[in-house]
Design a protein around this ligand. Structure first.
Ligand code: HEM
Length: 366
């Protein structure tokens, strides 16, 4: 993927990094959720029959216009009346239908092609198989059906795709420049990667992933400073009693409350005077006898909740950790990242005009 994304470039800027990790993340989701192994050379650019745009263009548009989709995506307007709608609303409805057709097409392909006796290796097959079974068994609990209608199934796949895209892409999009800007951290991480992947044929998920403690520390540290969810708002439907150390606190039903994740993960009172610095080693503790490293919890008094916690914890937490690990491990197994001062790029790099990233190896192939 990286060879294809940057084949002609000697050095890349922060926008190129974001563009590449966006494309990567979309492909991972297409494979993990839909079992679609699309090639990087245009697989997602194919425009399917009956659709106006490719899956990639459709998905990018939806992400950029998410608010419009939420506001107007469910309008039921007959086709003959659509010409009278403002063009943006028409685009919202048509793009949403394009997207649903792609999902339906993938689902249909899987139903025809999949060997039902095999265990599923992608999410959509798992969901469809469990849902079909629940539907056949007419599963009902406390008077409510326990299976999804087709519409609900597609809505869930849509949410999975949306929730899994920007979050992971942003985490990778920040981590790659951080590693370039902090060469000592990069060397520290490479040391771990090299020692864990010495066995060339190791299985990434079962054997390598659990041993990459520094890798997870790097991910945590990026999420601590650049977490996708900075504020989370919830409402409790009924009165709720919280047991505090010295008293009980009753929160009346229908109270909106927010969790300020940004402040929880940066407050110097808990994280120390360098709380604003990107320092992944803060997450590591070492056993004094064995020298073995393990991940530390957040400091006492605060909480680290980038995926939230409790019954609504992010269901893609492990998925994102494995995706992050696979991506960074692949890059650092073959390349080193280096930040380069380039003044001519100042006008296109509003984040930090002096930072560019280049490979230390041959012609560029980040
Ligand atoms: C670093 C990556 C990720 C982060 C930081 C993250 C974070 C979160 C957070 C904080 C929530 C809860 C939002 C709230 O309660 O207001 C959430 C929900 C969710 N996430 Fe993730 N997520 C990540 C990756 C993924 C991936 C890869 C997937 C899917 C493959 C995914 C699927 C979902 C879904 C479906 C929900 C909604 C769950 C519900 O409504 O109960 N996430 N995520």
């Amino acid at each position: 993927m990286l060879d294809v994304a940057f084949a002609d470039e000697k050095a890349i800027n922060l926008f190129d990094v974001k563009r590449a990790v966006d494309t990567l993340t979309m492909h991972v989701l297409a494979a993990g959720i839909f079992g679609q192994d699309l090639d990087f050379n245009g697989g997602r650019q194919r425009v399917a029959a009956h659709n106006r745009k490719s899956l990639e263009v459709t998905q990018r548009w939806i992400l950029q216009q998410l608010l419009w989709i939420i506001l107007f995506g469910n309008l039921k307007i007959p086709a003959f009346l659509r010409t009278f709608l403002p063009s943006t609303i028409r685009e919202v409805l048509e793009t949403k239908e394009d997207y649903q057709r792609y999902m339906a097409e993938f689902a249909e392909e899987l139903q025809y092609n999949d060997d039902k006796t095999k265990s599923a290796t992608n999410l959509i097959t798992t969901i469809i198989q469990s849902n079909d079974k629940a539907r056949e068994d007419k599963l009902v609990a406390t008077g409510r059906r326990m299976y999804l209608t087709d519409h609900e199934l597609y809505a869930n796949l849509f949410i999975l795709n949306m929730a899994g895209f920007e979050t992971t892409a942003t985490t990778l999009g920040f981590t790659i420049p951080y590693l370039a800007a902090y060469p000592a951290v990069q060397r520290w991480l490479v040391e771990e990667i090299d020692s864990v992947t010495k066995e060339r044929n190791s299985n990434l998920y079962d054997e390598v992933f659990p041993q990459l403690t520094r890798m997870m520390a790097v991910m945590y540290e990026t999420l601590r400073l650049r977490g996708a969810l900075q504020h989370s708002f919830k409402v409790n439907p009924e009165n709720q009693t919280l047991e505090l150390s010295d008293r009980e606190l009753v929160i009346p039903g229908n109270t909106y409350f927010g969790v300020n994740a940004a402040s929880l993960s940066r407050d110097p009172q808990y994280w120390g005077p360098d709380s604003e610095a990107w320092r992944p080693s803060r997450w590591i503790e070492q056993d004094s006898d064995t020298g073995k490293e393990s991940l530390k919890d957040a400091p006492e008094g605060t909480i680290f909740v980038p995926w939230t916690v409790g019954p609504r914890v992010c269901p893609g937490k492990k998925f994102s950790q494995v995706e992050f690990t696979g991506t960074i491990l692949t890059i650092l197994s073959r390349h080193r990242l280096e930040a380069q001062a380039v003044s001519e790029a100042m006008h296109v790099l509003p984040i930090d005009p002096h930072q560019r990233i280049k490979s230390r190896h041959d012609a560029f192939a980040l």
